[in-house]
Design a protein around this ligand. Structure first.
Ligand SMILES: C[S@@+](CC[C@H](N)C(=O)[O-])C[C@H]1O[C@@H](n2cnc3c(N)ncnc32)[C@H](O)[C@@H]1O
Length: 291
């Protein structure tokens, strides 16, 4: 993660805050204006955190809002900042948002049917193989697969093929248009890459929600290792402006964030989808710095 030259110093849930979150949530939850939910299902979505985070964001809302791990946009859509830089390493996710900002129209047949699903999955894999992954067609297929596949997972095999099976849901609501997203997304900047490639302005407000730390393993299911957790925290600790980090409250994460000068509070995360299908509750840490 770089800073600009001007910089002097060198990221359908229930909200269940615990008493420990009271230090941050002391003024009570702030209502989120006219709601616009995430258009995709995304593992680790933080929509449930918006009311707590809104109180931290409020005094900084004139700043540019930056999310290095934007995922499903749970928080960005809760805040609706005027100026935002939203990044994720997943190129299909970012293409989808960019196409929405350009006025994506749905022409694909959206049907919750197993045969239709596997045909669309095949078309998507053929398209990304022949370099068509950054097109409106790929964005539509990605949307359809995300809504229709098992658990909204985004998983590829070693050959680079999307391989999530059909979800077998009784009912799926597919959007008929993305008009409301277009108006918002055309004024936001989306980028696709590793967080270290982001160029930050010294006044940026950064909210970072990296993949959860999974303790006792070197590599998590999402391919985000302990070394990635450490470099993320170090990069964010070097940012001049306000930073908020959320993660699973494993002992080593809490110790890392504290060592780097973050102030810590805890929340109880609601049920969540994960790559393994695990839906157990997790204790979440909220780490803040430079507020
Ligand atoms: C926990 S999710 C973020 C969820 C998001 N806050 C939301 O509300 O939906 C973490 C995201 O980090 C992305 N990611 C993983 N490794 C990354 C990296 N090295 N740089 C940037 N993004 C990365 C993943 O693709 C995933 O979307």
């Amino acid at each position: 993660m770089k800073t600009t030259a001007a910089s002097k110093a060198d990221s359908s849930c229930v909200h269940l805050p615990t008493a420990e979150s009271a230090r941050i949530a002391s003024t009570g939850p702030k209502p989120v204006e006219e709601s616009l939910g995430p258009p995709l299902k995304w593992a680790g979505g933080k929509r449930w955190l918006v009311s707590d985070l809104a109180q931290i964001w409020e005094p900084h809302k004139r700043r540019r809002y930056v999310e290095p791990f934007c995922g499903g946009l749970g928080v960005a859509l809760g805040f609706r900042p005027r100026n935002a830089l939203l990044n994720d390493i997943n190129p299909h996710l970012i293409n989808f948002y960019q196409q929405l900002g350009r006025g994506l129209r749905l022409t694909l047949e959206m049907r919750n049917d197993e045969r239709n699903y596997y045909e669309h999955r095949k078309s998507f894999n053929e398209l990304i193989k022949r370099d068509g992954s950054q097109t409106p067609e790929a964005a539509q297929l990605f949307y359809y697969l995300n809504r229709t596949c098992f658990n909204g997972l985004c998983r590829f095999n070693q050959g680079g093929k999307f391989n999530v099976p059909f979800g077998s849901y009784k009912n799926i609501n597919y959007a008929s248009d993305f008009y409301r997203y277009q108006r918002l997304f055309e004024s936001w900047t989306f980028s696709n890459g590793d967080l270290a490639e982001l160029t930050l302005e010294q006044d940026d407000f950064v909210y970072a929600d990296p993949p959860y730390d999974v303790e006792f393993t070197t590599y998590s299911a999402g391919g985000f290792s302990w070394r990635d957790q450490v470099r993320t925290a170090e990069l964010l600790a070097a940012h001049h402006g306000p930073v908020v980090l959320s993660n699973q409250a494993t002992p080593r994460i809490v110790s890392l964030y504290q060592k780097l000068g973050f102030s810590i509070s805890y929340l109880q995360a609601p049920r969540r989808i994960s790559c393994t299908g695990d839906r157990t509750q997790a204790r979440e840490v909220l780490a803040v710095r430079g507020l």
